[in-house]
Design a protein around this ligand. Structure first.
Ligand code: ADP
Length: 322
């Protein structure tokens, strides 16, 4: 995903009340084409409600939104024609085989010539890696295989957008790992928007994250930036050798705001705060390596665990509510 990729999910103050209870409050969500967006939040946060609103399966109480430039209330049929959707617990006719399920779906959702249906069905079985189970009835399928079949169904019409509601929630660690790998692969074909309550999923496969808590989007943005924390970008560099002149050189750079030095054994650790991310990315390592008296042992961006960020924003949200 690039900064200038078009926004394909765009909501403005989208709200949903159920019998007077606010399930979703003023949601302003933007998702760019080609991104893999992790929509994170505890159970009951409003994730499924959001997904149903985006697909036009329920109507907003107020606010508006568009998906693929179609209005969520007036043009939801067009949205659904170009969007693949995996519901939280996909249901199948248990006696049908995987191939029969996909054929059945293709007849409804695939708009190409009829004789291409068989090719498309085989292609989807391959894509999600269940081709060997193609002729077995669903009733013998594991949770992970069911999810993969559900994803194959959602992909059958080459959607521009794939929306997955808690794709890994009911799976064991192996099943989860396989679904995350599959999602990584599907990025090549479609923008992916998925909900989850599992932090680790988001950290593993998203490039953008939104955190929803009790109907409010409490944090959103690029995952790298979010993980870099609110102190701005910090580089952690471990060096050996005579670091004095390299230190002096770096200190004079206008985009370096602070260097914290720690010495241990024969190594020196620098924690460098920078004010211009692009310049730092271009120049920092080059400047250090230009000094032949130092050796760089380790070089990385300081990152927080998503869990720290998540707990921090939830805590701030609690304080606001109190
Ligand atoms: P999540 O997907 O994040 O677990 P949901 O969107 O399913 O959250 O639910 C958000 C809130 O809205 C919850 O408090 C839930 O109980 C409530 N809710 C969801 N669907 C309905 C409904 N059809 N009627 C009444 N309340 C609902």
């Amino acid at each position: 995903m690039l900064k200038h990729d078009p926004i394909i999910i765009d909501t403005h103050d989208l709200c949903k009340n159920y019998n007077g209870i606010q399930a979703l409050k003023n949601l302003n969500l933007q998702v760019r084409k080609n991104s893999i967006y992790g929509f994170l939040g505890p159970n009951g946060a409003g994730k499924t409600t959001t997904i149903k609103l985006l697909l036009g399966l329920i109507k907003p109480t107020s606010g508006n939104g568009s998906v693929l430039n179609y209005d969520v209330t007036r043009e939801n049929i067009k949205i659904r024609a170009r969007t693949g959707y995996l519901p939280q617990e996909p249901r199948f006719y248990e006696y049908m085989t995987a191939k029969e399920v996909l054929r059945f779906t293709a007849r409804f959702f695939f708009y190409g010539p009829k004789n291409e249906i068989e090719n498309r069905v085989s292609e989807m079985l391959d894509l999600v890696g269940i081709e060997k189970k193609a002729d077995r009835p669903i009733k013998g399928f594991s949770g992970g295989e069911r999810q993969r079949l559900g994803i194959a169904q959602a992909m059958i019409n080459y959607p521009d957008l794939l929306i997955l509601d808690e794709p890994t929630a009911s799976l064991d660690p192996v099943g989860r790992h396989m679904i995350l790998e599959l999602m990584e692969k599907l990025r090549e074909f479609s923008t992916i928007f998925y909900s989850t309550h599992i932090l680790d999923d988001v950290q593993r496969v998203s490039d953008t994250v939104g955190i929803l808590n009790r109907g409010t989007l409490v944090a959103k943005g690029n995952i790298e930036k979010l993980l870099a924390g609110s102190e701005g970008t910090i580089y952690l560099i471990t060096l050996k050798g005579d670091t004095e002149s390299a230190f002096k050189n770096l200190s004079t750079q206008p985009w370096v705001s602070n260097i914290n030095v720690e010495k241990k054994d024969n190594k020196v650790k620098w924690q460098i705060n920078v004010t211009d991310d692009d310049l730092a990315e271009e120049e920092l390592l080059r400047l250090i390596l230009a000094d032949k008296k130092v050796k760089v042992i380790d070089y990385r961006l300081k990152q927080y665990e998503l869990e720290e960020i998540f707990l921090q924003v939830l805590e701030e949200d609690e304080n606001v509510v109190k």
